[in-house]
Design a protein around this ligand. Structure first.
Ligand code: DAH
Length: 339
């Protein structure tokens, strides 16, 4: 029996070392240590041994069992390690491979200039506010001293949701919304989309952008309007810019004016860029009409203010010498990449 045990020990050890995967190892464990295994079979015969032999063989049998268990667990560990190694090998990363190229976009030219403009006005102490694009007739027209049937409505035909609700034609609507909520001092600009039912061509689009400005406080005069807008133009176009104010009419300001900047190309001589005028129209402005203040419960005897409205597209077209407004909305990257 002793020889049998020794034989099992050396044969099993050799076979176990050869086991090439966990399944083969398990099969060998069953073959030797399982209920019907070879070692178990020998132990079952111990009953036939003499009283002197039994403890000797018993001890040897335990030694062989412990030895085999040890070999099995070591072999299992090394098979597992080998498997992991194989997996890592198969999933190897090549960190020197060039990465996937991703296109990184950048700001749209309208946004580039709008951001600059915001910075200029923030620098002068203005806040930025927003208003709804779907607007009541009241805020877009009525409260701005443009009653129903007023001829000014003809130039601002728009898209109506119903008789009282429309897509706003001008950011001036925000003036009223701000004055209803906030009492003077007020110093805000409000950029945003506006709509008009115009046919698309090189200078018209049913959707475009405006930036509204509003200042209301005690003792605000036309001199404040001129100073503020002149600083704005100089910051945007350069210190040597020359501006002029030309009388105009808007229903919600009195007096009203348009601000022109002298053509930077010909310096007032007249050229193709300024269409021979020497001046380029930049924005509309004026002193807030007393009726508009009153409508917002601001006493025109105590407070006064000025307002202005800038067309963003036109500003950007001038800045970059773009001659067709449609380019802004076509999303052609060959165009957009140039800014
Ligand atoms: N809302 C005017 C327009 O769309 C522009 C404008 C003119 C705005 C004068 C103003 C202003 O605030 O004072 O034609």
């Amino acid at each position: 029996m002793k020889e049998q045990l020794e034989a099992i020990r050396s044969r099993a050890a050799a076979e176990l070392e050869q086991a090439s995967d966990p399944q083969a190892l398990e099969a060998l464990r069953v073959k030797y240590l399982g209920k019907k295994g070879e070692l178990t079979a020998i132990l079952k015969q111990m009953g036939g041994l003499s009283a002197e032999e039994r403890p000797v063989i018993g001890q040897l049998a335990n030694e062989v069992r412990a030895f085999l268990e040890d070999v099995i667990s070591r072999r299992a560990a090394s098979l597992k390690a080998a498997e992991l190694e194989k997996k890592l090998e198969a999933e190897k990363l090549d960190v020197t491979l060039p990465g996937t190229h991703r296109e990184i976009g950048h700001k749209h030219p309208l946004t580039v200039v709008l951001d600059e403009l915001k910075e200029i006005f923030i620098g002068m102490g203005f806040d930025i506010v927003e208003g709804p694009e779907v607007e009541y007739d009241y805020y877009n027209f009525e409260a701005l001293n443009i009653p129903k049937n007023h001829p000014a409505r003809d130039t601002q035909d728009t898209f109506y949701i119903n008789d009282n609700i429309l897509l706003r034609t001008q950011t001036s609507s925000v003036q009223v919304r701000v004055m209803e909520k906030q009492k003077p001092p007020i110093r805000v600009i409000s950029p945003g989309r506006v709509y008009r039912s115009d046919a698309v061509d090189a200078t018209h689009s049913p959707l475009f952008h405006q930036i509204e400005g509003l200042v209301v406080d005690k003792d605000v005069t036309f001199a404040d309007l001129k100073g503020t807008l002149e600083i704005f133009v100089k910051q945007l176009y350069g210190e040597d810019s020359v501006v002029r104010f030309r009388p105009h009419h808007f229903p919600f300001t009195e007096p009203s004016a348009e601000l022109d900047v002298q053509c930077f190309h010909c310096h007032g001589e007249g050229c193709r860029l300024c269409k021979g005028e020497g001046w380029i129209e930049l924005l509309g402005c004026g002193m807030v009409h007393p009726k508009v203040l009153l409508g917002c419960n601001i006493d025109p005897e105590v407070y006064s203010g000025f307002a202005f409205g800038i067309g963003l597209e036109r500003l950007v077209m001038r800045r970059y010498n773009i001659d067709d407004l449609r380019l802004f909305y076509e999303n052609d990257v060959r165009f957009l990449k140039q800014f």
